[in-house]
Design a protein around this ligand. Sequence first.
Ligand SMILES: O=C(O)CCC(=O)C(=O)O
Length: 273
Amino acid sequence: MSAESDITLPENTADLHQLYVNDGVVPVPGLLRGQLLRDLVEAVETVRQTADSEEASDPRTSVKHLPGRSIVRGLAHTEGSVRTLVKNPSVADFLAQVAGANAVRYWNDLTLAYAPAAPAGESAWHHDLPAFPLRATEMPTLWIALSDVDWDSSPLVYARGSHVSGYLYPPTTASDAELPDGYAAMPDWDARVEAGSVEKVWWPMKPGDALVMHSKVVHCTPANRNEKDERVSIITRWVGDDAVWHRDAFSTPIPGLPEQDWRPGESVTQAFV
Ligand SMILES: O=C(O)CCC(=O)C(=O)O
């Protein structure tokens, strides 16, 4: 069986693009199944068993065990199943169509495992773009569930339509005393939801179900209250062909993209072939 038979891409991409434009997040149920899904689950499991390391067998891959969650970065550099996914031309075409780009390519991945009944595992309201040392017209994220997700097991929760804001918001760990140009203080999304001015959306998911997210859509993850099961996801990040190097106060370093190699505004797409 080829990987192709384990990937089901919806055909109504025009509708999905509209959803991406309006809501900033698009559910794609049943994206992966079969051997490819099993291989991804196994790859994550195997790599996670290793100790904290900044340098696994490839310096771009790392594992970190924090209270309540484990974080693996750069799996596509060491795991064949992840590479199969991110180098699949149909997946790239699908994401480009949903995001409204001519083409997109994979540039980064992150795997999160939230431990059972772990209150420390939550992530606060944020959007992803400030953390990226790149800018492109389109930078979709493909978030894939590798475990069951329900309300008690850390669903990804979105502020629908929050990506259309003209501002970027700093991470919650940052002081907002000196925000760079283009930034505003993080709004109180819970208050907005309470007041009915913002709608909170989330979906129960099965392993292999996916979401396509806009890089500016605001989201959060509640702690895993499931007593027995972990909640595991693999998150792959993609950029359009106009991607350029752009660091600001909140960008995080990306192994394999050393800062000294790039000038602000320089095209970075050759790094992601
Ligand atoms: O998978 C999650 O729960 C969190 C993902 C997330 O917040 C992110 O990709 O920025």
